[in-house]
Each structure stands twice: as structure tokens, then as C-alpha cells.
Design a protein around this ligand. Structure first.
Ligand code: ADP
Ligand code: MG
Length: 657
């Protein structure tokens, strides 16, 4: 006979607020392998307390408990979990089946904590056959009667092939017929060699056992063995199992992680609506991040495109110092450009796409009895293209018109409004500084640039402006379109060299200056950057709020599933298993939310671009970042609820109502 379990003067006192309840007051008992023990006694006499200590669901306050010779007091929580998983099987009065799983999955559950790789469905089905439920494997516990549910619980207790079965009032919730069924199963298991320790207060149930221990007020008052115990077949299945090593199975090797993921999604899907509502915050946050970044990027791209069209590769060359705009620095300090300069610059083929001379002045414009002063620009042929000035109403000048100093004019919309009101100006004759011009086009509207109305302009051919209107023989400036933005610096220096040579200037002379648009571009991009930052922080706030929503729902879930956690611990889940299960669940939630959010964000930006005509540009980076961030939120906000779940004591969790 093997000594299996040994209690020496065990005490257990419960604290309820200020008062204490002494449930066990010095219990000493040994149980040998192969015994079938019934623990009897009145309600409140300490039967369950004793069974829980024997089953390692609870530990003594005082006294010693040895299991296979190992002192329980020296075992860690995880080692005890390992023993529960490997050596013990539990059957409770309330069955404790997980409602959202099929019964075969309920039966299989202890394997997930065993540290042994494999599917084990076959073993589960085999155990269900043993209790006569092989026809019902895909049913859920709710579809079963009480007696059937208890049979499932027994199958679950057996699936790890334990040495000992602990049963607390296994027939307490069942009618006589079902009770008899259950007891027949226990009897059979005992005959197979299992040790069975069962709590009951019914004498006819206790009659199945071969040893009856009776308790009263926390002590054993009688302990009787029936004859026939010796005759029971005792399987000499040595545990062969290292109690202190049992807590150390690797998470990654044994496929437990996959099991957790499957279970997490099962529980997420079991509460579809709730899961959806709880990830709404994350969903909206991620969707807005994606949409905002898409819009921001789109706006930036559009702006860059526009900058290019109005000349991000544009240079303007002016006479005079850059520092003292237009003001002459001593005699002859201002370089005077001519068309020869324009031609020479244009001939820098690889660097320069086109160049146009410009002359500016002011004009007094008269139409009928109305007159108006506005700025006058004399423009070369390529100026229209470079500055996006080609009229959409009317036309730009031809090269011939520029050559022959034709008296044709293109007027800005402000001038149109002031002089023509609602009449069509095309083909009309106006006077510019008393010279007759024919209006051939309306310049595209540009709006204001600072205080300056960019639409208050009159554009005429550069030659006409110089020789007929303003009486100048030199250009005010030359606009150059560089072949590509990358060549700007090179073009600047070559043009500079060219001008210095042609005008016989000294190196470092500031009688002319070349400016480009990069300054303006920098300013614009810093504005868009500020905008993106602002939008980004709004999105981040909504993600944090979403995370708090997740934490809330996970806390609710932990509370709601306290008994499930207790059951999982009873069948051998370690702290980390429970922690991981809830973490995987919260990360599963946030990642699902993030995923839907990504789709919603892309959808939103597409809809915006379609209906509002806004440019959008979804970046892969933003999708990756948003998903990664939602996973992080799941970990961060799931950690506390998961820890809370992991810290639960199996006994208290099981008793939770
Ligand atoms: P039995 O199973 O024989 O009915 P228990 O072992 O469950 O008795 O309980 C013994 C005594 O300890 C009872 O008075 C009960 O109220 C008390 N008790 C049991 N468990 C707890 C607990 N978790 N907290 C406080 N008191 C408890
Ligand atoms: Mg009890």
C-alpha cells in the first residue's frame, strides 16, 4: 500500500472582515493509493475545506500536508498548478463547464495547460465515450441536462489520466436516477485503480465508498474502512512525474500560445456586439489616423505639385542687392539685363528648361469712362507657362506678337471687375498709359499674396511694355525654369558665373541676385507639418480613450469570468497562463479594432477624395504604425486586468457568485 496523501494537524481559518471562522481545527489523516473515500458530515462541518486542501486548491494555515512525500508548504503556486494538472481531477457540485465551448473542448481544456504538444481531441472523445456522451460532443453545456453536464465534468477530470479524483458533492444538484449513474461511473473508475475522494452529506451516496470519514466542527470524529478495500485492484501507476519541475513547461514549444489565440477569439466572438462596441474607440482612432495622414500626405503632394507648376524650380534674377531690395547701392551697382542674357541663360541646355524676361511698371488703364491703376507686367513667351498665367478665358500671347511688339493685353480679374463689370472684356479696346490695346485674355485668378492683390494686373508682351509703354531698354528681371528641382543649386551657380562674365562684374558683387522658391516651400511644409502634428495628437488622444475603453471591458470580463478563471486554475492553469490568456484577448480585441479601423480609414479617405475632390495618399507606413500601435494599446491597457485575473486564488474564484 502506498501512502499518497498525508495531513498532519491541519488548521484552516477564514477571515471575514473582523471575524474569523475556524473551518478546520487540527485534522490529521492519511489516504492511500486506490482508496475510495467519502467525507461526510453536516453542512458547515469543514468537508469542502478539507477537500480543497487535499486538492491543492487551498493551503493550510497551520500544519503540514504531504503529497507523494512532498511538503506542500515548500511548493510554489505554479508547482501546485502543475500537480493539479498532472495528478488530480476535480468534479464540482456546480459542474463548472465553460458555456461558450462545445463539450469536447471543455473536456480537452486541461491539456492546454499540460505543457504537452498535441490536439488531444481524440482523448477527449474517448473520455466522453467512457461517460456515455460520445453522441453529444459538439453540443454546448446548455444543451445538456444536469446529469449529462456532470458526466462531461467527470470526463474532463479524467482527460489527463489523473491518479486522484476529487469530487465535492458531485450528485448534490442531481436527482436520484442521475446520482446513481454518476456513482456507477465513480465505482468503475475506482475499480480501474483511481483514488477517489468525495464529499457528500447523503448516506446512500457515501455507501459507494469503502472508507467513510465523518467530520463535525472542523475535526474528524470517525474514520471507518469497510471490508473489501484490500480487494480493489490497485494500479501501480507511479506518478513518474517531477513535482518541482512541473511548473516549467515552455509556452512556445508546446503550442499553448496558439491555443490561447484560438480561445481569445472564441471569447471575443462570443460577445460580438460588446466586443465591437468596446473597440469602437480604437477603431475610430485608427481610422482617423489613417484618414488624416492620407489627407495630409495628399495635401502635401498636391501642394508640391502646385509649387512645381508655379515654380518650385523657378529662379528669379534681379538687378540689385538681395539685402536692399531694388535700392541701388552706389553708382552703377545694378546689373541691367537684356534679351541677350535671356538667350544665353536659355542656352544652358542641360540645366535650364526655359527663361523669360520680365519688365514691370505701373499702368493707368482706361475703358470707356472708367479708369483704374494697376501693376503692369511685360512678359516673355515662357512666362505664361512658368507662372501658370495662361488664361483659361482667352489666350496667351504668340511668339510673333512678342516679336512685333503687338498691342495686346491680358488682364487680371480685379481689373475686369473694375473696368468691365459683367460685360465680356475679350476683344475690347482699352488704353494703357494712353495707348490702345486689345484685350485677348483674362489671367487665372490667384487671390492675395499677403496684402498684394495678385489679380490686379495687366500683362502685355515684354517688348511692347519696354519699348512702347514704359520706355525702358532693359529687363527688370529674368525668370528661369530649372530642368529639375535637384539642379537648382547648380543652375544658380552657373547662371551667376555667366552673368558675372557677361557683365564684367567682380566675384561676390551684389549688383544682382538670384532667388529661388525653396524658402516659400520650407514655410509651407512647416505649416503642413504643424497641421499633421495637431491632427495626429487628436487621433492619439482618441486612441488612448479607446484604450481605456478596452481596459474597462477587460475588467468587466475578468469579473464576469471569475469562476471560469477559478476553474482554469483548478485544472492546472498557472498564473502566467491566465495572464497571457487575457492579454492575448485584449490584444486580439485592439488588433481587430485596429484592422477594421484601417479599412474604415482607407474607405473614409477614398470617399472624401471622391466627393470633396480632396487629394489623398494612403501610406503603408501609417497602416503598419496604426496596427502596431493598437497592439501596444492592447498590451498596455490589458495588463492590469490580466494581472488582476492571474492573481485570483483558485478557491475564491470558484466560489465567486
Ligand atoms: P461544508 O463543506 O462541510 O459544508 P465548508 O468547509 O464549506 O463546510 O465550510 C466550513 C466553514 O467555513 C463554514 O462555516 C463556512 O461558512 C466557512 N467557510 C468556508 N469557506 C469559506 C470562505 N471562503 N470564506 C469564509 N468562510 C468560509
Ligand atoms: Mg461543502
Amino acid at each position: 500500500m502506498k501512502q499518497m496523501l498525508e495531513l498532519i494537524d491541519v488548521h484552516r481559518t477564514y477571515l471575514i472582515g473582523e471575524s474569523t471562522v475556524q473551518a478546520l481545527r487540527g485534522v490529521s489523516v492519511t489516504i492511500e493509493q486506490g482508496e475510495f473515500v467519502a467525507i461526510m458530515g453536516a453542512s458547515g462541518s469543514g468537508k469542502s475545506s478539507l477537500l480543497q486542501i487535499l486538492g491543492l486548491l487551498d493551503n493550510p494555515d497551520k500544519g503540514e500536508y504531504r503529497i507523494f512525500g512532498n511538503n506542500v508548504n515548500t511548493m510554489t503556486e505554479d508547482e501546485q498548478a502543475g500537480v493539479r494538472n498532472n495528478v488530480a481531477g476535480f468534479v464540482f457540485q456546480q459542474f463548472h463547464l465553460l458555456k461558450r465551448m462545445s463539450i469536447v473542448e471543455n473536456v480537452r481544456l486541461p491539456h492546454i495547460y499540460s505543457g504537452v504538444a498535441g490536439d488531444f481531441r481524440q482523448q477527449a472523445v474517448e473520455r466522453l465515450r467512457q461517460v456515455g456522451l460520445e453522441e453529444r460532443i459538439d453540443h454546448t453545456p446548455n444543451q445538456l441536462s444536469g446529469g449529462e453536464q456532470q458526466r462531461v465534468a467527470i470526463a474532463r477530470a479524467l482527460v489527463r489520466d489523473p491518479l486522484i479524483i476529487f469530487a465535492d458533492e458531485p450528485t448534490g444538484n442531481l436527482d436520484t436516477k442521475n446520482s446513481v449513474e454518476i456513482m456507477k461511473i465513480f465505482k468503475g473508475l475506482h475499480e480501474e485503480g483511481k483514488t477517489i475522494i468525495m464529499v457528500t452529506h447523503e448516506p446512500d451516496i457515501a455507501a459507494y465508498a469503502l472508507r467513510v470519514i465523518t467530520m463535525r466542527d472542523g475535526v474528524i470524529i470517525s474514520d471507518e474502512r469497510k471490508p473489501g478495500f484490500e480487494a480493489a485492484a490497485v494500479a501501480e501507476k507511479e506518478s513518474g512525474f517531477d513535482i518541482h519541475g512541473s511548473g516549467k513547461a515552455s509556452l512556445w514549444q508546446d503550442g499553448r500560445f496558439i491555443g490561447f489565440i484560438a480561445q481569445a477569439f472564441q471569447s471575443i466572438l462570443a460577445n460580438k456586439m460588446r466586443s465591437f462596441l468596446s473597440v469602437l474607440g480604437i477603431l475610430v482612432g485608427v481610422a482617423s489616423v489613417i484618414a488624416m495622414i492620407a489627407l495630409g500626405e495628399g495635401a502635401k503632394a498636391a501642394m508640391q505639385e502646385q509649387m512645381k507648376s508655379m515654380g518650385s524650380n523657378l529662379l528669379s534674377i534681379r538687378g540689385g542687392s538681395a539685402k536692399i531690395r531694388g535700392a541701388a547701392q552706389g553708382a552703377g551697382a545694378v546689373a541691367r539685363f537684356t534679351f541677350i542674357d535671356v538667350d544665353e541663360i536659355t542656352s544652358l541646355r542641360t540645366l535650364v528648361k526655359s527663361a523669360a524676361g520680365v519688365v514691370t511698371g505701373s499702368g493707368r488703364i482706361v475703358f470707356g469712362n472708367k479708369n483704374w491703376s494697376s501693376s503692369l507686367t511685360g512678359a516673355g513667351f515662357d512666362y505664361g507657362m512658368m507662372r501658370a498665367m495662361i488664361p483659361s478665358v482667352g489666350r496667351w500671347f504668340t511668339r510673333e506678337e512678342i516679336q512685333t511688339r503687338e498691342k495686346v493685353a491680358i488682364i487680371g480679374v480685379t481689373v475686369v471687375k473694375e473696368l468691365f463689370g459683367s460685360t465680356n472684356p475679350l476683344g475690347k479696346t482699352i488704353k494703357i498709359n494712353r495707348i490702345n490695346f486689345t484685350v485677348i485674355g483674362i489671367a487665372p485668378a490667384k487671390g492675395f499674396s499677403g496684402p498684394q492683390d495678385e489679380d490686379d494686373v495687366v500683362i502685355v508682351p515684354v517688348t511692347t511694355a519696354m519699348y512702347r509703354v514704359l520706355g525702358k531698354d532693359y529687363l527688370s528681371s529674368i525668370f528661369v525654369e530649372v530642368a529639375s528641382p535637384a539642379l537648382i543649386e547648380q543652375a544658380k551657380s552657373q547662371i551667376s558665373t555667366l552673368i558675372i562674365k557677361r557683365h564684367r562684374l567682380k566675384e561676390g558683387d551684389d549688383s544682382f541676385n538670384i532667388r529661388d522658391m525653396t524658402e516659400i516651400q520650407k514655410m509651407l511644409s512647416s505649416t503642413t507639418q504643424t497641421m499633421s502634428l495637431l491632427l495626429g495628437s487628436i487621433a492619439a488622444i482618441s486612441l488612448v480613450v479607446g484604450g481605456i475603453g478596452i481596459m474597462n471591458i477587460m475588467l468587466v470580463s475578468v469579473t464576469e469570468r471569475t469562476r471560469e478563471i477559478g476553474l482554469r486554475k483548478a485544472i492546472g492553469a498557472r498564473k502566467n497562463d491566465i495572464m497571457l490568456q487575457f492579454l492575448v484577448e485584449s490584444v486580439g480585441l485592439t488588433i481587430s479594432g485596429g484592422f477594421i479601423g484601417v479599412l474604415a480609414g482607407i474607405g473614409t479617405s477614398l470617399v472624401l477624395s471622391y466627393f470633396a475632390g480632396w487629394a489623398v495618399k494612403t501610406s503603408l507606413m501609417s497602416v503598419v504604425l496604426a496596427t502596431a500601435f493598437s497592439a501596444l494599446i492592447g498590451i498596455f491597457f490589458g495588463l492590469w486586468p490580466a494581472r488582476k485575473a492571474a492573481e485570483l486564488k483558485p478557491l475564491e474564484a470558484l466560489r465567486y457568485e
